[in-house]
Design a protein around this ligand. Structure first.
Ligand code: ADP
Ligand code: MG
Length: 235
């Protein structure tokens, strides 16, 4: 019952995603069509024509980015779960995200146990979830002089707990309530899909996300995912 509920939620999200994709791609296409029409009229000077071509190329570029972002989101995943060492996964993602953090002048700090912490998940999905949270953290710190994101992982009982803490812009109560709902974004070029996707993945693993945040002070996400005990793994 649980899995079918999660799948249902996922299907619902994907149909929203498809509708939004059509909407987002239509705008640049309309612009490109308009400029091509202007160009084909042959009554404009070279400078204007060059400008129209430049804008059209930008719009094509934008369409491409929109499509690739959505493709990575809707990639039909067979949800093939395997036993993953969460510590390694976190390390890999933190390394991948470091240049992005440096670009925004944000420090990434990882603390994790020396022994493996095992979870049953799809590695690509878990990676994407970690990327989404870290990316949001970095973006939240982009205007702050000493931006810092602390990632700390631990195993507790039958669960794994990952804290993702930033000292960025934070959120007010209304924003916290809207977190995870599709298209909710406060960014000019945001999609509002990152957390929707991440929450789906975590819920499907039987996990949960909680958040505490204060405007101007920062945000702390707590991601709990059931662990696979090492003993069970050996059997
Ligand atoms: P996007 O990043 O494209 O806006 P997300 O689904 O990743 O979409 O995030 C939705 C919104 O949640 C963001 O626009 C932002 O308002 C808020 N948010 C998420 N993470 C943080 C954070 N660490 N600090 C402050 N706000 C956040
Ligand atoms: Mg995001």
């Amino acid at each position: 019952l649980f899995i079918s509920h999660a799948q249902n939620e996922r299907m619902e999200m994907m149909s929203h995603v498809a509708a939004s994709l059509a909407h987002e791609v239509r705008n640049p296409l309309t612009a490109i069509k308009g400029f091509l029409k202007l160009i084909s009229e042959r009554s404009h000077d070279t400078q204007k024509i060059e400008q129209y071509i430049r804008i059209s190329l930008d719009e094509v570029q934008r369409t491409e980015s929109i499509l690739s972002e959505y493709l990575s989101l809707t990639k039909p995943s067979a949800r093939q779960c395997e036993i993953i060492n969460y510590c390694d996964q976190l390390r890999v993602v933190a390394d991948v995200m470091t240049p992005y953090a440096i670009m925004y002048n944000v420090e990434l700090e990882v603390s994790k146990p020396d022994i493996p912490v095992l979870v049953l998940a799809n590695p690509d999905e878990l990676k994407q979830v970690l990327v989404n949270f870290i990316k949001n953290g970095v973006e939240a710190c982009s205007e702050i002089t000493c931006g810092k994101i602390e990632l700390s992982l631990k195993a507790e009982g039958n669960n794994t707990i990952l804290l993702i803490k930033d000292n960025g812009v934070g959120m007010n109560r209304e924003q916290i309530e809207r977190l995870g709902s599709i298209y909710f974004s406060t960014k000019s070029s945001g999609t509002g899909l990152g957390l929707t996707y991440s929450y789906q993945v975590i819920h499907a693993l039987g996990g949960l996300v909680t958040v505490s945040s204060k405007p101007q002070l920062g945000t702390r996400f707590t991601i709990t995912i059931p662990s696979v005990s090492a003993a069970k793994h050996e059997i």
